[in-house]
Ligand binder design. Structure first.
Ligand code: HEM
Ligand SMILES: [Ca+2]
Length: 201
């Protein structure tokens, strides 16, 4: 057996540059974990707000996102039936925050599914191999829609719109590397570093 296919393996994901993503990992926890600013396993609305500010989002967008995200994810990720009025999100249960009409790149356990990631580009990247235009992104969202799953349509729209607005390049393209990096949260770390470097200038 080659070293690249042992059970505790780290697999190089083809096309994702140098990025190494452990195969058995719940990468969705990393995506959400960026926003757990004090690392206690729970994301409170003010932490979502701080995380959004840290990656360069404006004040109002950060407030609106914190309300929307914590409101929609808190109940699903918490134990028991009762909502908490502080709207915490439990990172260890974040896969329960998955909705319909998504790309399927995260599976039900929050793992990164390479084939589904490739499918985004095979199906929708018609102009450039490694990037999506705004129209292609819209077409993808439409194609992912499960009939009458309005909450899922909204969730998908918000996630991809946020990503597009944060990362589109000067030609209005969303690059494959940026899409790959949002899944494991490394994009957020990169944007945070860039922002603090820009602030020091
Ligand atoms: C600027 C901040 C954020 C951006 C750009 C973003 C973007 C995305 C994108 C593009 C997806 C993939 C959707 C798909 O595969 O169709 C996603 C999924 C997800 N995100 Fe975020 N996200 C952000 C913040 C957050 C926060 C703060 C949380 C919770 C603490 C969160 C929880 C989730 C969950 C649970 C999913 C899985 C949805 C699914 O696959 O059904 N995200 N996000
Ligand atoms: Ca926390």
């Amino acid at each position: 057996m080659s070293s690249s296919s042992s059970s505790s393996e780290i697999s190089a994901q083809e096309g994702v540059g140098e990025e190494l993503i452990p195969v058995d990992e719940n990468v969705l926890q990393k995506h959400a974990g960026f926003f757990d600013r004090n690392g206690d396993g729970v994301v409170y609305p003010w932490e979502t707000f701080q995380g959004f500010r840290a990656i360069g989002c404006g004040f109002l967008l950060s407030i609106a996102s914190a309300i929307f995200i914590n409101f929609s994810h808190s109940r699903k990720t918490r134990p028991g039936k009762f909502p908490s009025l502080l709207f915490p999100i439990e990172v260890k249960n974040i896969q329960r925050g998955k909705h319909g009409s998504d790309s399927g790149v995260y599976d039900t356990e929050g793992r990164f599914i390479q084939e589904k990631f490739e499918e985004i580009f095979n199906k929708h990247a018609n102009t450039y191999t490694n990037a999506l235009t705004n129209d292609e992104l819209k077409a993808m969202l439409k194609a992912n829609r499960v009939p009458k799953d309005y909450a899922g349509w909204l969730g998908g729209y918000v996630e991809w719109k946020l990503l597009y607005d944060l990362c589109k390049d000067k030609n209005g393209l969303l690059q494959r590397d940026d899409i790959a990096a949002v899944y494991d949260g490394s994009l957020f770390e990169r944007l945070e570093k860039k922002r603090s470097a820009d602030n020091k200038k």
